[in-house]
Each structure stands twice: as C-alpha cells, then as structure tokens.
Design a protein around this ligand. Sequence first.
Ligand SMILES: [Zn+2]
Length: 456
Amino acid sequence: MKLYAQQIFTDTGWQSDKTLVIEEGVITAINSGFEEGATRLKGPVIPGMSNCHSHAFQRAFVGMSEQGSEGQDSFWTWRKVMYGFLGQINPDQLQTIATQLYIEMLKAGYTNVGEFHYLHHQSDGKHYQNLAEMSSQIFKAADNAGIALTHLPVAYQYSGFGSQPANPGQCRFINDADQFNQLVSNCFDLSKEYAESRVGIAPHSLRATDLPMLNDILGHVKSLDASAPIHIHIAEQQQEVNDSLAFSQKRPVQWLYDNIDVDQHWCLIHATHLTQSERQGIAKSKAVAGICPTTEANLGDGIFPTTEYLEDDGVIAIGSDSHISVNPIEELRWLEYAQRLIKQQRAILATSEQASVGANLWQRAVQGGAQSLGRNCDSISVGKKADLLVLDENKVSLFAHQSQHILDSFIFASHQNPVRDVFVAGNWVVEDGRHHLEDSSAEQYRNVLKTLSAAL
Ligand SMILES: [Zn+2]
C-alpha cells in the first residue's frame, strides 16, 4: 500500500511531497514525490493518538450525573451513581457500548486505546463460566471498530487502604491474586486471536490492592511478558492522599516508589496531587503520567502540575477515562489552558526546540501514549505502525496556511472535527469522516442506553 501526501508530520517535523510505503501495517519507506499507484490523501497527515485510559462502560453513563445538589457533589458522590449504573450491564451490552465508543474514538483521532477494564463478573459477583467473558467483549468491540487495543484487566480486591473488605457495590470487580492471574493468562490467550492487540495489567489503585497482591500479580504478568504495560490510578483525589497518609504515613506516589520498582512500563493515571519530589521521581523513573484533563475537570479532581513536570522532562499521555469528552483535541487544549489560567501567561507548554504548543503537545502525547500502551506507534517514521490521521484540507485551510501553524490551529481553533481519514496499522477505518459501522452501531447503542436508563 502506498499513500501520498503533500504534508506529513514525521519524527523530524513537517515534510512535504512524500509517499508512504506500508507493508503488513508498518511504514517501510518514506519516499520523495508521488509514486506510481499511491493514493492521494486529501490533507495533512499526522500520527494517530493513543488514548491511554478508558473505562468503556462509563460511556453509557455520561451526562447522567450533572445535576447538582447545593455544591455537595464530588468524585465520591459521582462514584456512587456510577456503581448503581454498572450493576446492570451484561456482556452483549458491554460489547455494544464499547464498539460505539471505539468508533467515536477513531473518528476523533484516537487510533489506539488502553482499556482499564474492571467490570469482570456478573451483577451478584459470581464469575461468568468464562472468567474472561467481559474481557472478550472488549477484544471483539475493538476488533469490530478497528482500533488497536491494549487490554488492561484490573486487579481489585479491597475497598480501602489496609486491605479493607470490598463493599457490595464493588462485587463485579473483585478477584484475589490467584483468580486475577488466571484472568490475565486467559487475556493473553485471547490477544493471540486479534492482530492489533496486547495485554498488560492495571492494579486499580493502592486503595484496592495491597503489597502482597501487587508483588504476586506483577510477578505473574512479567513471567508472561517482561515488557507488559502496568497502569494504576494514583493520587487522583486529596482524600486518597489523606487516607494513604493515615494508613502508612506516606503519600500514594511516595509509597509506590518506596515499595515497587516503577519503570518505563508503568503509567500513573491522574497523579494529580504531587509534592515536588514525587513529581521529580516520576519524571526520573521514565514512567508515564496518564493525564485525563476533561474527566479530571468534570470530577473536580485538581490540576496536574504539567508545566513543572515537562520541565523535568517527564513523559505524558492523555486519556478520555470517563468519556465525558472523547476528543484528543479537547484534552490537549485543556492541558494547556489550565496552565494558562493558573499562571496567567500564554503558550506555556512549548519548548525552545519546539515553539509550537500544538506540535509539542501532540508529539509528546503521541510518544508517551505509545510508550504507555506498549505499541510501536510513537511517530510517523520507518519501522513504525501506520497509525495515521488525515486532516481535512478544506477545514484546515480556513485556519492555517503554513505547516508550522497546522497543529496549533488543530488544537486551539478547530470547532468542527477536522479528522477526515483514519488508518490503523494501514487499515483505512474512517474514510471521509465516516466509519462503515457508525449507523448500525449507533442504533444498537441507543437501544442499550434506553434499556439501561429505564432500569435506573
Ligand atoms: Zn480511571
């Protein structure tokens, strides 16, 4: 397969008049000029974005928790409503919800998703005959949609620091270490059936696991794949920090680094509440900070110290988490805007080497996202997966006439989705803004939503 574009954002910046040669999903050459047989793409080409953090089922719950009660709502009241909702979802419904979500992700420019999956069991907590039943629905949904998947089954055993017993609302999540390791092994088997997939693990949080469990499950996954991605929610809420201090006299990030060897395979989701030394420690370890700006805003979590962390040369990725927004543009726009509002300055997340905030953020989030999900898609260059977005030249030309402004306009001034075409490993999954399953998926999804809403 050959694709020709007038402008391509490669690992060395914008290049013009190039033909990409793609074999078995991988870019094998970037040649100058138009090559015989190439398809002419209708706009600038940029690398697809990795979405490092998704809970697919939560897509069906967005907008149902936005009615306030005299300023008393918080992450914890939101979680209570969310627990009531997830009790009902069956395997078929999960597949429908996830398929719809993944189509939406592709159309918005995400080509790769990390599914932090914790809805494992039946509503009463009994496991399905197939322990990986719900995981299998996620694999099928990603395959239906054509998005690359890093499946991250979640280890969840406790309701709070100090191995407190889980509460009834959490019964669909719970596995002990042995059962969890079996689930992970089953997911590795499942992954062999799907080309663009891999498996890692996600200890849910330090609230939901303890040190013996962490050591056990890390040992197991590393025996299957030494480079498996490891994701964890951490320091999202001030209350979590307070509980951690009460339990161990250590803050969550401090406790994690004191007890576990955290390296570049780790992704710390949120990591909102950090001291300077915790922030520097994450950057030094080369772990990824998985930031979810729209969810963190929606849940009132707080603001990640992005400016200082990037000055420490920290690695970032972005995620849509609760899916209150499914749009990488909005995540990156708010990553920058939150810093501007705090510091009362402009164009903050740029560097002396990369003066364009948009280009800097897109490139860093693509690289960190690829690292966090363990996929070979960190840039458009030879040897990398052909995960590509084509921006609509008609829309882009309303905002930018020079290459150096395209990604700034894309992130800060796009009010209609400018993603025209999407390729995942060379497969053309969105063409002229349309996904071939979008109508049938939306219809099935509406029916599921009606059923679930009626039972609330
Ligand atoms: Zn999350």
